[in-house]
Ligand binder design. Structure first.
Ligand code: FAD
Length: 447
Protein backbone atom coordinates (compact mmCIF):
# COMPACT_ATOMS: atom_id res chain seq x y z
CA UNK A 1 0.00 0.00 0.00
CA UNK A 2 1.34 3.41 -0.93
CA UNK A 3 1.16 6.03 1.83
CA UNK A 4 -1.84 8.35 1.56
CA UNK A 5 -3.20 11.31 3.43
CA UNK A 6 -6.00 13.46 2.05
CA UNK A 7 -4.42 16.87 2.69
CA UNK A 8 -1.05 15.89 1.36
CA UNK A 9 -2.58 14.01 -1.52
CA UNK A 10 -4.36 17.15 -2.69
CA UNK A 11 -1.12 19.13 -2.39
CA UNK A 12 0.96 16.57 -4.21
CA UNK A 13 -1.41 16.56 -7.18
CA UNK A 14 -0.24 20.04 -8.06
CA UNK A 15 3.29 19.82 -6.75
CA UNK A 16 6.12 17.36 -6.33
CA UNK A 17 6.67 15.07 -3.41
CA UNK A 18 10.15 15.35 -1.95
CA UNK A 19 10.91 12.52 0.40
CA UNK A 20 13.82 12.90 2.81
CA UNK A 21 15.01 9.71 4.48
CA UNK A 22 16.42 10.53 7.91
CA UNK A 23 15.80 13.51 10.17
CA UNK A 24 19.36 13.77 11.47
CA UNK A 25 21.84 16.53 10.68
CA UNK A 26 21.60 16.27 6.90
CA UNK A 27 17.91 15.39 6.54
CA UNK A 28 16.48 17.89 9.02
CA UNK A 29 18.50 20.85 7.75
CA UNK A 30 17.59 19.97 4.14
CA UNK A 31 13.88 19.89 5.03
CA UNK A 32 13.98 23.17 6.97
CA UNK A 33 15.86 25.02 4.24
CA UNK A 34 13.61 23.56 1.59
CA UNK A 35 10.49 24.49 3.55
CA UNK A 36 11.71 28.09 3.57
CA UNK A 37 12.27 28.08 -0.18
CA UNK A 38 9.41 26.05 -1.65
CA UNK A 39 5.68 26.60 -1.93
CA UNK A 40 3.06 24.17 -3.20
CA UNK A 41 5.19 21.04 -2.90
CA UNK A 42 5.12 18.30 -0.35
CA UNK A 43 8.16 17.68 1.84
CA UNK A 44 8.15 14.48 3.89
CA UNK A 45 10.78 13.45 6.43
CA UNK A 46 10.79 9.73 7.18
CA UNK A 47 12.54 8.66 10.36
CA UNK A 48 11.98 5.84 12.80
CA UNK A 49 13.08 8.10 15.64
CA UNK A 50 11.15 11.32 16.05
CA UNK A 51 13.84 12.85 18.23
CA UNK A 52 16.68 14.72 16.54
CA UNK A 53 19.93 14.01 18.40
CA UNK A 54 22.72 16.53 18.81
CA UNK A 55 25.51 13.91 18.94
CA UNK A 56 28.36 16.23 20.00
CA UNK A 57 26.79 16.37 23.48
CA UNK A 58 26.33 12.64 23.95
CA UNK A 59 29.61 12.18 25.83
CA UNK A 60 28.32 14.77 28.32
CA UNK A 61 25.02 12.89 28.72
CA UNK A 62 26.92 9.69 29.53
CA UNK A 63 28.32 11.25 32.71
CA UNK A 64 25.48 13.67 33.44
CA UNK A 65 24.23 13.73 37.03
CA UNK A 66 26.31 10.72 38.04
CA UNK A 67 26.11 10.22 41.81
CA UNK A 68 22.80 12.06 41.75
CA UNK A 69 19.88 9.69 41.43
CA UNK A 70 17.17 12.36 41.24
CA UNK A 71 15.02 10.79 38.52
CA UNK A 72 13.63 14.14 37.44
CA UNK A 73 17.12 15.44 36.73
CA UNK A 74 18.11 12.25 34.93
CA UNK A 75 15.10 12.36 32.62
CA UNK A 76 15.93 16.03 31.95
CA UNK A 77 19.25 14.85 30.51
CA UNK A 78 17.43 13.48 27.47
CA UNK A 79 16.15 16.91 26.56
CA UNK A 80 19.62 18.43 26.44
CA UNK A 81 20.73 16.70 23.29
CA UNK A 82 17.46 15.37 21.93
CA UNK A 83 14.87 17.66 20.37
CA UNK A 84 11.56 16.44 18.98
CA UNK A 85 11.62 16.94 15.21
CA UNK A 86 7.99 18.09 15.20
CA UNK A 87 8.89 20.86 17.67
CA UNK A 88 11.71 22.03 15.41
CA UNK A 89 9.36 22.14 12.41
CA UNK A 90 6.74 24.04 14.40
CA UNK A 91 9.25 26.44 15.83
CA UNK A 92 10.26 27.37 12.29
CA UNK A 93 6.59 27.78 11.33
CA UNK A 94 6.87 25.04 8.70
CA UNK A 95 4.23 22.61 9.97
CA UNK A 96 2.09 23.18 6.87
CA UNK A 97 4.98 22.47 4.55
CA UNK A 98 6.90 19.64 6.16
CA UNK A 99 5.27 16.35 7.02
CA UNK A 100 6.92 13.99 9.49
CA UNK A 101 6.42 10.27 9.05
CA UNK A 102 7.54 7.87 11.76
CA UNK A 103 8.58 4.70 9.96
CA UNK A 104 11.52 2.43 9.45
CA UNK A 105 12.91 2.44 5.92
CA UNK A 106 13.56 -1.10 4.71
CA UNK A 107 14.14 -0.79 0.97
CA UNK A 108 13.97 1.25 -2.18
CA UNK A 109 12.06 0.42 -5.35
CA UNK A 110 13.87 2.39 -8.04
CA UNK A 111 11.54 1.34 -10.87
CA UNK A 112 8.38 2.29 -9.00
CA UNK A 113 9.99 5.37 -7.38
CA UNK A 114 8.92 4.47 -3.89
CA UNK A 115 10.49 3.76 -0.56
CA UNK A 116 9.58 0.56 1.27
CA UNK A 117 8.62 1.05 4.90
CA UNK A 118 8.25 -1.54 7.64
CA UNK A 119 4.71 -0.39 8.45
CA UNK A 120 3.67 -1.57 4.99
CA UNK A 121 2.69 1.95 3.92
CA UNK A 122 5.26 2.55 1.22
CA UNK A 123 5.82 6.08 0.09
CA UNK A 124 6.30 7.29 -3.46
CA UNK A 125 8.61 10.17 -4.36
CA UNK A 126 9.34 12.55 -7.19
CA UNK A 127 12.62 13.56 -5.59
CA UNK A 128 14.42 11.52 -2.96
CA UNK A 129 17.12 12.65 -0.51
CA UNK A 130 18.90 9.89 1.41
CA UNK A 131 20.33 10.97 4.78
CA UNK A 132 20.15 7.79 6.82
CA UNK A 133 23.51 8.22 8.55
CA UNK A 134 25.97 5.56 9.68
CA UNK A 135 26.05 2.63 12.09
CA UNK A 136 28.67 1.21 14.41
CA UNK A 137 31.36 -0.93 12.76
CA UNK A 138 32.45 -3.93 14.82
CA UNK A 139 34.99 -5.28 12.28
CA UNK A 140 33.70 -8.83 12.89
CA UNK A 141 35.47 -8.86 16.24
CA UNK A 142 34.17 -11.87 18.10
CA UNK A 143 31.70 -10.89 20.86
CA UNK A 144 32.27 -7.14 20.54
CA UNK A 145 28.75 -6.12 19.57
CA UNK A 146 27.28 -8.28 22.31
CA UNK A 147 29.56 -7.16 25.13
CA UNK A 148 30.09 -3.48 24.45
CA UNK A 149 28.06 -0.29 24.51
CA UNK A 150 28.46 2.24 21.74
CA UNK A 151 27.98 5.99 21.95
CA UNK A 152 25.81 6.64 18.91
CA UNK A 153 22.40 7.47 20.31
CA UNK A 154 20.76 9.06 23.34
CA UNK A 155 19.81 5.62 24.61
CA UNK A 156 23.46 4.52 24.40
CA UNK A 157 24.59 7.56 26.37
CA UNK A 158 21.94 6.97 29.04
CA UNK A 159 22.84 3.28 29.24
CA UNK A 160 26.51 4.13 29.83
CA UNK A 161 25.44 6.59 32.51
CA UNK A 162 23.22 4.04 34.20
CA UNK A 163 25.96 1.40 34.22
CA UNK A 164 28.50 3.84 35.62
CA UNK A 165 26.02 4.89 38.28
CA UNK A 166 25.48 1.30 39.41
CA UNK A 167 29.21 0.57 39.46
CA UNK A 168 29.90 3.70 41.50
CA UNK A 169 27.18 2.66 43.91
CA UNK A 170 28.83 -0.77 44.29
CA UNK A 171 32.15 0.90 45.09
CA UNK A 172 30.52 3.14 47.65
CA UNK A 173 28.81 0.37 49.56
CA UNK A 174 31.81 -1.96 49.40
CA UNK A 175 30.39 -4.50 46.93
CA UNK A 176 33.40 -3.90 44.67
CA UNK A 177 36.98 -2.96 45.29
CA UNK A 178 37.73 -1.62 41.81
CA UNK A 179 36.03 -0.69 38.54
CA UNK A 180 37.69 -0.93 35.15
CA UNK A 181 36.37 1.05 32.20
CA UNK A 182 37.79 0.31 28.76
CA UNK A 183 37.07 2.57 25.82
CA UNK A 184 37.94 0.98 22.48
CA UNK A 185 38.63 3.48 19.70
CA UNK A 186 40.53 6.71 20.35
CA UNK A 187 39.02 8.94 17.69
CA UNK A 188 37.19 12.10 18.74
CA UNK A 189 34.27 10.25 20.40
CA UNK A 190 36.45 7.87 22.46
CA UNK A 191 38.84 10.63 23.45
CA UNK A 192 36.03 13.00 24.51
CA UNK A 193 34.33 10.24 26.44
CA UNK A 194 37.50 9.13 28.30
CA UNK A 195 38.42 12.72 29.16
CA UNK A 196 34.94 13.61 30.37
CA UNK A 197 34.73 10.61 32.65
CA UNK A 198 38.27 11.07 34.01
CA UNK A 199 37.65 14.75 34.68
CA UNK A 200 34.42 13.97 36.49
CA UNK A 201 36.11 11.34 38.68
CA UNK A 202 39.02 13.67 39.47
CA UNK A 203 36.52 16.30 40.64
CA UNK A 204 34.72 13.75 42.79
CA UNK A 205 37.99 12.71 44.44
CA UNK A 206 38.82 16.37 45.15
CA UNK A 207 35.45 16.86 46.76
CA UNK A 208 36.08 13.93 49.10
CA UNK A 209 34.43 10.99 47.26
CA UNK A 210 37.56 8.88 47.57
CA UNK A 211 36.14 5.70 46.03
CA UNK A 212 36.33 7.40 42.64
CA UNK A 213 40.10 6.85 42.85
CA UNK A 214 39.40 3.16 42.39
CA UNK A 215 38.06 3.54 38.86
CA UNK A 216 40.55 2.91 36.09
CA UNK A 217 40.01 4.26 32.57
CA UNK A 218 41.86 2.81 29.62
CA UNK A 219 41.62 4.26 26.13
CA UNK A 220 42.70 1.73 23.56
CA UNK A 221 43.31 1.99 19.81
CA UNK A 222 44.76 -0.15 17.05
CA UNK A 223 46.47 2.88 15.48
CA UNK A 224 49.87 4.11 16.66
CA UNK A 225 48.28 7.30 18.00
CA UNK A 226 45.08 8.70 19.42
CA UNK A 227 43.00 11.16 17.33
CA UNK A 228 44.44 9.66 14.15
CA UNK A 229 42.85 12.18 11.75
CA UNK A 230 44.07 15.23 13.68
CA UNK A 231 47.37 17.16 13.47
CA UNK A 232 50.40 15.81 15.32
CA UNK A 233 50.25 18.78 17.65
CA UNK A 234 46.59 18.05 18.51
CA UNK A 235 47.47 14.42 19.16
CA UNK A 236 50.29 15.44 21.51
CA UNK A 237 48.13 17.91 23.41
CA UNK A 238 45.31 15.38 23.75
CA UNK A 239 47.68 12.71 25.05
CA UNK A 240 49.14 15.10 27.61
CA UNK A 241 45.68 16.17 28.76
CA UNK A 242 44.38 12.61 29.08
CA UNK A 243 47.44 11.46 30.97
CA UNK A 244 47.13 14.42 33.31
CA UNK A 245 43.55 13.34 34.00
CA UNK A 246 44.73 9.80 34.75
CA UNK A 247 43.62 7.97 31.58
CA UNK A 248 45.84 5.08 30.56
CA UNK A 249 46.41 5.28 26.79
CA UNK A 250 47.13 2.03 24.98
CA UNK A 251 47.91 2.32 21.27
CA UNK A 252 49.02 -0.13 18.57
CA UNK A 253 46.81 -2.71 20.22
CA UNK A 254 43.86 -4.51 18.72
CA UNK A 255 40.89 -6.10 20.41
CA UNK A 256 40.69 -9.69 19.22
CA UNK A 257 37.77 -10.91 21.20
CA UNK A 258 35.26 -9.68 23.76
CA UNK A 259 33.47 -11.78 26.38
CA UNK A 260 31.49 -10.86 29.45
CA UNK A 261 33.71 -8.46 31.45
CA UNK A 262 36.85 -9.43 29.54
CA UNK A 263 38.59 -8.61 26.26
CA UNK A 264 41.53 -10.25 24.59
CA UNK A 265 44.02 -7.81 23.11
CA UNK A 266 47.17 -8.23 21.06
CA UNK A 267 49.89 -5.98 19.64
CA UNK A 268 48.70 -4.80 16.25
CA UNK A 269 51.60 -5.91 14.06
CA UNK A 270 51.50 -9.46 15.44
CA UNK A 271 48.10 -9.97 13.90
CA UNK A 272 48.15 -7.75 10.82
CA UNK A 273 51.73 -8.25 9.60
CA UNK A 274 52.09 -4.51 9.28
CA UNK A 275 55.62 -3.27 9.57
CA UNK A 276 55.50 -0.24 11.79
CA UNK A 277 57.06 0.73 15.10
CA UNK A 278 54.89 -0.86 17.71
CA UNK A 279 54.14 0.98 20.91
CA UNK A 280 51.81 -1.68 22.27
CA UNK A 281 52.59 -2.50 25.91
CA UNK A 282 51.62 -6.09 25.13
CA UNK A 283 53.98 -8.52 23.48
CA UNK A 284 51.43 -11.29 23.10
CA UNK A 285 47.74 -11.96 23.47
CA UNK A 286 46.59 -10.64 26.84
CA UNK A 287 43.29 -10.60 28.67
CA UNK A 288 42.00 -7.37 30.19
CA UNK A 289 39.15 -7.33 32.68
CA UNK A 290 36.50 -4.68 32.33
CA UNK A 291 33.32 -3.75 34.10
CA UNK A 292 32.19 -1.65 31.22
CA UNK A 293 33.39 -1.69 27.63
CA UNK A 294 32.55 1.31 25.45
CA UNK A 295 33.15 0.81 21.74
CA UNK A 296 33.78 3.87 19.59
CA UNK A 297 36.18 2.31 17.14
CA UNK A 298 34.46 2.92 13.84
CA UNK A 299 31.36 3.47 11.76
CA UNK A 300 30.02 1.78 8.68
CA UNK A 301 27.22 2.39 6.25
CA UNK A 302 23.64 1.99 7.44
CA UNK A 303 22.44 -1.61 6.96
CA UNK A 304 19.38 -0.69 4.93
CA UNK A 305 21.45 1.38 2.51
CA UNK A 306 23.36 -1.77 1.62
CA UNK A 307 20.11 -3.03 0.09
CA UNK A 308 19.65 0.01 -2.18
CA UNK A 309 20.68 -0.76 -5.74
CA UNK A 310 22.63 2.44 -6.13
CA UNK A 311 26.30 2.97 -7.04
CA UNK A 312 28.48 2.63 -3.93
CA UNK A 313 32.15 3.06 -3.04
CA UNK A 314 34.12 0.19 -1.53
CA UNK A 315 32.91 1.03 1.97
CA UNK A 316 29.29 0.88 0.79
CA UNK A 317 28.66 4.62 0.80
CA UNK A 318 26.46 5.99 -2.01
CA UNK A 319 28.51 7.67 -4.73
CA UNK A 320 27.40 11.24 -5.38
CA UNK A 321 28.61 13.99 -7.68
CA UNK A 322 29.39 17.54 -6.55
CA UNK A 323 25.68 18.39 -7.01
CA UNK A 324 24.95 15.60 -4.48
CA UNK A 325 23.03 13.64 -7.13
CA UNK A 326 23.52 9.92 -7.03
CA UNK A 327 25.49 8.79 -10.05
CA UNK A 328 23.04 7.80 -12.81
CA UNK A 329 19.92 8.83 -10.82
CA UNK A 330 19.17 12.54 -11.37
CA UNK A 331 16.16 12.57 -9.01
CA UNK A 332 17.95 10.91 -6.12
CA UNK A 333 20.35 12.74 -3.82
CA UNK A 334 22.42 11.52 -0.89
CA UNK A 335 24.25 13.42 1.81
CA UNK A 336 25.94 13.15 5.17
CA UNK A 337 27.49 9.95 6.52
CA UNK A 338 25.77 7.83 3.90
CA UNK A 339 27.25 9.65 0.90
CA UNK A 340 30.62 9.33 -0.75
CA UNK A 341 31.52 12.73 -2.17
CA UNK A 342 35.10 12.72 -3.39
CA UNK A 343 37.29 15.67 -2.51
CA UNK A 344 39.42 16.14 -5.67
CA UNK A 345 42.25 17.59 -3.58
CA UNK A 346 42.69 14.46 -1.43
CA UNK A 347 40.93 12.02 -3.78
CA UNK A 348 39.15 10.69 -0.69
CA UNK A 349 35.52 11.05 0.40
CA UNK A 350 34.78 14.10 2.57
CA UNK A 351 34.74 13.15 6.28
CA UNK A 352 31.66 11.76 8.02
CA UNK A 353 30.88 14.72 10.24
CA UNK A 354 27.81 16.65 11.30
CA UNK A 355 29.28 19.88 9.95
CA UNK A 356 29.76 18.22 6.54
CA UNK A 357 26.17 16.95 6.53
CA UNK A 358 24.88 20.43 7.40
CA UNK A 359 26.96 22.13 4.69
CA UNK A 360 25.74 19.57 2.16
CA UNK A 361 22.12 20.02 3.31
CA UNK A 362 22.28 23.76 2.68
CA UNK A 363 23.35 23.12 -0.90
CA UNK A 364 20.93 20.25 -1.37
CA UNK A 365 17.93 22.43 -0.48
CA UNK A 366 19.00 24.85 -3.22
CA UNK A 367 19.58 22.05 -5.70
CA UNK A 368 16.20 20.42 -5.09
CA UNK A 369 14.58 23.77 -5.76
CA UNK A 370 16.69 24.18 -8.94
CA UNK A 371 15.68 20.70 -10.01
CA UNK A 372 11.96 21.46 -9.58
CA UNK A 373 12.33 24.73 -11.47
CA UNK A 374 14.39 23.02 -14.16
CA UNK A 375 17.43 25.20 -13.46
CA UNK A 376 21.12 24.28 -13.42
CA UNK A 377 22.28 22.62 -10.23
CA UNK A 378 25.11 24.08 -8.12
CA UNK A 379 28.25 22.20 -7.13
CA UNK A 380 29.36 21.67 -3.55
CA UNK A 381 32.40 23.73 -2.84
CA UNK A 382 34.65 21.60 -0.68
CA UNK A 383 36.69 23.66 1.81
CA UNK A 384 40.43 23.02 2.06
CA UNK A 385 39.95 21.80 5.65
CA UNK A 386 37.18 21.04 8.16
CA UNK A 387 37.87 22.68 11.52
CA UNK A 388 37.52 20.49 14.60
CA UNK A 389 37.32 21.16 18.30
CA UNK A 390 37.51 18.24 20.69
CA UNK A 391 36.44 18.81 24.30
CA UNK A 392 38.81 16.94 26.60
CA UNK A 393 37.35 17.13 30.07
CA UNK A 394 36.05 20.18 31.92
CA UNK A 395 36.27 23.59 30.34
CA UNK A 396 39.15 22.51 28.15
CA UNK A 397 39.23 21.63 24.46
CA UNK A 398 41.71 21.16 21.64
CA UNK A 399 41.05 23.10 18.44
CA UNK A 400 42.52 22.13 15.11
CA UNK A 401 42.22 24.65 12.28
CA UNK A 402 44.34 23.48 9.36
CA UNK A 403 47.91 24.03 10.58
CA UNK A 404 46.92 25.88 13.73
CA UNK A 405 46.30 23.92 16.89
CA UNK A 406 45.56 25.41 20.27
CA UNK A 407 44.05 24.16 23.49
CA UNK A 408 42.51 25.34 26.72
CA UNK A 409 39.58 27.46 27.79
CA UNK A 410 39.41 29.58 24.64
CA UNK A 411 39.10 26.44 22.49
CA UNK A 412 36.33 25.28 24.84
CA UNK A 413 34.48 28.59 24.37
CA UNK A 414 34.79 28.28 20.59
CA UNK A 415 33.29 24.84 20.85
CA UNK A 416 30.31 26.25 22.73
CA UNK A 417 29.91 28.89 19.99
CA UNK A 418 29.88 26.09 17.38
CA UNK A 419 27.20 24.30 19.43
CA UNK A 420 25.08 27.45 19.46
CA UNK A 421 25.59 27.92 15.72
CA UNK A 422 24.04 24.52 15.15
CA UNK A 423 21.02 25.19 17.35
CA UNK A 424 20.54 28.49 15.51
CA UNK A 425 20.56 26.55 12.22
CA UNK A 426 17.58 24.42 13.19
CA UNK A 427 15.65 26.73 15.53
CA UNK A 428 14.55 30.35 15.63
CA UNK A 429 17.12 32.47 17.47
CA UNK A 430 15.32 32.76 20.81
CA UNK A 431 14.49 29.05 20.97
CA UNK A 432 18.05 28.19 19.86
CA UNK A 433 19.47 30.27 22.69
CA UNK A 434 17.16 28.65 25.25
CA UNK A 435 17.97 25.11 24.07
CA UNK A 436 21.70 25.83 24.01
CA UNK A 437 21.74 27.59 27.37
CA UNK A 438 19.72 24.97 29.20
CA UNK A 439 21.84 22.21 27.64
CA UNK A 440 25.06 23.83 28.77
CA UNK A 441 23.64 24.52 32.22
CA UNK A 442 22.79 20.85 32.74
CA UNK A 443 25.69 19.21 30.95
CA UNK A 444 28.25 21.76 32.12
CA UNK A 445 27.64 20.74 35.76
CA UNK A 446 30.38 18.15 35.49
CA UNK A 447 32.87 20.57 33.92
C1 FAD B 1 29.15 10.68 19.90
C2 FAD B 1 29.28 11.43 18.60
C3 FAD B 1 29.83 12.70 18.60
C4 FAD B 1 29.94 13.41 17.41
N1 FAD B 1 30.51 14.65 17.45
C5 FAD B 1 30.59 15.38 16.31
C6 FAD B 1 31.12 16.69 16.33
O1 FAD B 1 31.50 17.19 17.38
N2 FAD B 1 31.17 17.37 15.16
C7 FAD B 1 30.73 16.84 13.99
O2 FAD B 1 30.80 17.53 12.96
N3 FAD B 1 30.25 15.58 13.92
C8 FAD B 1 30.16 14.84 15.06
N4 FAD B 1 29.66 13.56 15.01
C9 FAD B 1 29.28 12.98 13.72
C10 FAD B 1 27.86 13.38 13.34
O3 FAD B 1 26.94 13.03 14.34
C11 FAD B 1 27.47 12.68 12.05
O4 FAD B 1 28.43 12.89 11.08
C12 FAD B 1 26.12 13.22 11.57
O5 FAD B 1 25.11 12.89 12.49
C13 FAD B 1 25.78 12.68 10.18
O6 FAD B 1 24.57 13.25 9.78
P1 FAD B 1 23.56 12.41 8.86
O7 FAD B 1 22.43 13.31 8.56
O8 FAD B 1 24.30 11.80 7.75
O9 FAD B 1 23.08 11.21 9.77
P2 FAD B 1 22.41 11.23 11.20
O10 FAD B 1 22.51 12.54 11.87
O11 FAD B 1 22.97 10.05 11.92
O12 FAD B 1 20.87 10.97 10.89
C14 FAD B 1 20.40 9.77 10.37
C15 FAD B 1 18.93 9.67 10.69
O13 FAD B 1 18.37 8.57 9.97
C16 FAD B 1 17.52 7.84 10.82
N5 FAD B 1 17.50 6.47 10.35
C17 FAD B 1 18.54 5.62 10.23
N6 FAD B 1 18.15 4.46 9.69
C18 FAD B 1 16.81 4.56 9.47
C19 FAD B 1 15.85 3.70 8.90
N7 FAD B 1 16.15 2.45 8.46
N8 FAD B 1 14.56 4.13 8.80
C20 FAD B 1 14.21 5.38 9.23
N9 FAD B 1 15.11 6.24 9.76
C21 FAD B 1 16.40 5.84 9.88
C22 FAD B 1 18.12 8.00 12.22
O14 FAD B 1 17.11 7.83 13.22
C23 FAD B 1 18.66 9.43 12.17
O15 FAD B 1 17.71 10.36 12.66
C24 FAD B 1 29.52 12.83 16.19
C25 FAD B 1 28.97 11.55 16.18
C26 FAD B 1 28.84 10.86 17.38
C27 FAD B 1 28.24 9.48 17.37
Amino acid sequence: MVYKDTFWLIMSKSGKRIVILGGGFGGLVTALRLGDKLKGHEIVIVDNNLVHVYTPWLYDVSTGFLLDSNTHKVSGLKKTSGIEISKVIKNKGLQDKIRLKKAMVMGLDLEGSHVLLTDGKNISYDILAIALGAETEYYNIDGLEEHSITLKSLDDALLIREKLDLLLEDLRNGKRQRVEVIIGGAGATGTECAAELANFLARCVKSGIKECERIGIRLLDAAPTILGSFSKSAQKKARARLEELGVEIITDTIIQKACKNKITVAPRSASTDQLSPNESPFKKETELQNDILIWSGGICVNKVVRLFELPKDKRGRIKVSRTLQVDGHPNIFALGDVASLIDPETEKPVPQLGQVAVAEAKLLAKNIKHKILDQDLEEFSIPSYWPSIVPVGGKFAIANFKRITFSGYFAYLLRRVADFKYFATILALREAYNAWRSGIKVLGKND
